[in-house]
Design a protein around this ligand. Sequence first.
Ligand SMILES: Nc1ncnc2c1ncn2[C@@H]1O[C@H](COP(=O)(O)OP(=O)(O)OP(=O)(O)O)[C@@H](O)[C@H]1O
Ligand SMILES: [Mg+2]
Ligand SMILES: [Zn+2]
Length: 485
Amino acid sequence: MLARMLTHTFVGVEARSVEVEAHLQRGVPSFTIVGLADRACQEAKERVRSGIASAQLDWPMRRITVNLAPADLRKEGPGFDLPIALAIIAASGQVPAERLVGHSALGELALDGRVRPVGGVIVAAEAGRRAGCTRMLLPVEAAPEAVIAGIEPVPVRDLAEAVAYLRGEWEPSPVGAVTLVEREPQPDLADVRGNERARRALEIAAAGRHNLLLAGPPGTGKTMLARRLPGVLPPLTLAEAIEVTRIHSVAGILPPGRPLVGAPPFRAPHHGASTAAVIGGGAGPRPGEASLAHHGVLLLDELPEFARPTIEALRQPLEDGTVAISRVGGRAVFPARFQLVATMNLCPCGGRGDPAAECTCSAQRLALFRDRLSRALLDRIDLIVAVPRIRAVDLAAPPGEPSAAVCARVVAARGRLQVDAAGLDTPAAALLDRAVDRLPLSGRGRARVLRVAATIAALAGSSRIHAEHVAEALSYRMPRELEAG
Ligand SMILES: Nc1ncnc2c1ncn2[C@@H]1O[C@H](COP(=O)(O)OP(=O)(O)OP(=O)(O)O)[C@@H](O)[C@H]1O
Ligand SMILES: [Mg+2]
Ligand SMILES: [Zn+2]
């Protein structure tokens, strides 16, 4: 006897459909899973066996072969438990096999038959829809993800409930439409005293999605400022939210009760994180922090502390918004269109740039420190700001402007940037030409200055880029404190 159930596996942040075929034959009772199943899939055997027993169903005393097709596709993860169990139950005639048609299933089984949450349901449901399915049996927590993907969810608490549904004895209650959840409270810019120049750069960065580096002595508020960038960014559009949700779902980091990520993601990996953790890779391969920050912010706090290969590997996503990972049998491409915010001291001891302290670094140590920051990376950072030590009068000043006011200007500027590409007036063009020769600016550098100038013009409500906008954009190139010497 034979029964088939559709399920899905993941290749990077995409899902592919997999057919689970359960075949029952006479002979010495056994249970085999074939078809390039990884270890987690092999472990499914124990969970499926005990799940079926817990649901008060019969374990068929037959030679059971479960085939996962197509055979050349690597099958990953624990989500196969539920479809394998259902295919065996159907093959042994305990539910009508024809009821499985038009359905797919994904879910891990606990030993007592409970269906546990799994990642990636939104992309799995999309794959199900492409394969012609209309309904999906899945863990209760993941039901809204199927709704987003246009599949009718059949959320099941345990295997017994899934069987009751397939026997036509139970129908799930409908799951309502999914809405974008308001963002959680964020740290506010009002907490930051003084630092006017860095605040201004943060606003420009937010409006134009520019990369930002804050450099200065310890304790000047660099980390504080960087963590306040997400709070001045506009919410995601629905299309962006779905893209981010797909990645976070596959990575298994969707917070419970928030199926659709509405706020720009904020990721801040520790500088000790491996290159694979930051960029992506490993078995699977899995998306890294750069992809988890897609449409949001990637904060690299203490940039020079990150391993040089990690920093180098960020060049590609900074350029084209993707991460390509070579793997056996081809390349996986992950979306990674993030905005980079980085912080750093001006030297290893932190004394540099601080009038109240003395730099005690040797020339050699300083050279090594600078060497870690490749020119190529700095060239991709649009705004570099020296954050000076804050003065006592500034600390005693009243609170700064709150994030909400800044965000309103950012939203207005984004709107302006969308409608028309502002042109340079003649003095602005002349200033930019002079800078290209004098600084000098690379072709990429010039293009980046031009983009920043356009953002500054948009923030000023101007439809033309004037010389003052170009001048301000140029002022955020390499600051003196970071130059050699
Ligand atoms: N401009 C500021 N306004 C208000 N508080 C500030 C400011 N700068 C620093 N502080 C206070 O100092 C603390 C340390 O700031 P923060 O961690 O942002 O410094 P940092 O520049 O990142 O230093 P480091 O280089 O050591 O990482 C903050 O938590 C805050 O309490
Ligand atoms: Mg810091
Ligand atoms: Zn120093």
